[in-house]
Design a protein around this ligand. Structure first.
Ligand SMILES: [Zn+2]
Ligand SMILES: [Zn+2]
Length: 303
């Protein structure tokens, strides 16, 4: 199984000299299973680069299939979708009269993308993706993308893709979000994607996140704030972030220890955190949980 990070930032893209090493694109993680299923978690701006890479590996020829799992529909998790090139590959079978502007041959078959979102916000997943591509926002509509796009609503039941199980779990975020646990056939390779979520301040560890993370090889967790930022400092006019829907590295460490996680990846970095800040934070976190690291664009982990 391979995990690759294409977008690691929360809230808004943050290009610029301060964030060049960690990267400024918003949430998008690729998981390639041992039976070569393409699973994508969120379609933040990082999905654009993933799309270009997929085109080079054959998605430009059509007839390929991918699965995109949405945690929720906040901007930083959907905004890259209109720029996902493989979703524009249409097949002759679907568009017999369409000629490409350059006159080149269209592929025989379109690509197919299965899109998954929470049942509770399912209406919103399709409507929101459609809405952000309405003409006043974007010149190409969802229906003109060309690929076959299927929407699937999920709630508590696992889904099987190839030999793998994808188990959803509810997260604590304004308007709701889903985390996902990906298990291979034998259950001996486990990756967990859990963003955006806030811990229960002053309470127990979140039982939904604990269940998702149990004995995970890789635990990707919303670590947007330091514990100090989360609490704020009213004396210095620093507002607390309690109730904003995001968590801290301290909570990530507690969850990792309680769940028997092998590697903890800090994800969904705050837009205000520079490379320097994040690399210093990483060192600090490693003193509490040695096998931890910050996610950065291009990070690839093979299981
Ligand atoms: Zn987010
Ligand atoms: Zn969010």
């Amino acid at each position: 199984m391979k995990v690759k990070f294409w977008g690691v930032r929360g809230s808004i893209p943050t290009p610029g000299p301060q964030t060049m090493e960690v990267g400024g694109n918003t949430s998008c993680v690729e998981v390639r299973t041992d039976d070569n299923q393409l699973l994508i978690f969120d379609a933040g701006t990082g999905i654009r680069l993933l799309g270009l890479s997929l085109m080079e590996e054959g998605f430009d020829k059509g007839g390929r299939v991918g699965h995109i799992f949405f945690s929720h529909t906040h901007w930083d998790h959907i905004q890259g979708f209109p720029f996902f090139a493989p979703a524009f590959v249409k097949g002759k079978a679907h568009f017999p009269t369409l000629k490409s502007p350059g006159g080149e041959e269209e592929p025989e078959l379109s690509n197919t993308f299965n899109l998954y979102g929470a049942k509770r916000v399912f209406e919103k997943l399709e409507n929101t993706l459609r809405g952000q591509m309405e003409y006043q926002y974007f010149p190409v509509s969802l229906d003109q993308m060309g690929a076959t796009i299927n929407f699937h609503e999920i709630q508590d039941n696992p889904i099987k893709i190839g030999e793998n199980r994808i188990i959803p779990g509810r997260l604590n975020h304004p308007n709701g979000a889903l985390g996902y646990r990906i298990e291979n056939a034998k259950g001996d390779k486990v990756v967990v994607y859990a963003t955006d979520t806030e811990h229960y301040y002053g309470g127990d560890l979140d039982p939904h996140v604990l269940a998702l993370a149990k004995n995970a090889d890789i635990f990707i967790y919303d670590s947007q704030y330091t514990p100090e930022e989360y609490l704020g400092d009213p004396a210095n006019q620093k507002r607390s972030k309690i109730g904003w829907g995001h968590s801290t590295w301290r909570e990530g460490v507690l969850l990792s220890k309680a769940a028997g996680v092998k590697q903890y990846i800090l994800f969904h970095h705050d837009p205000s955190h520079s490379d320097k800040f994040l690399f210093e934070m990483e060192k600090q976190v490693q003193r509490h949980f040695s096998n931890s690291r910050i996610a950065y664009e291009g990070l690839e982990i093979i299981l």
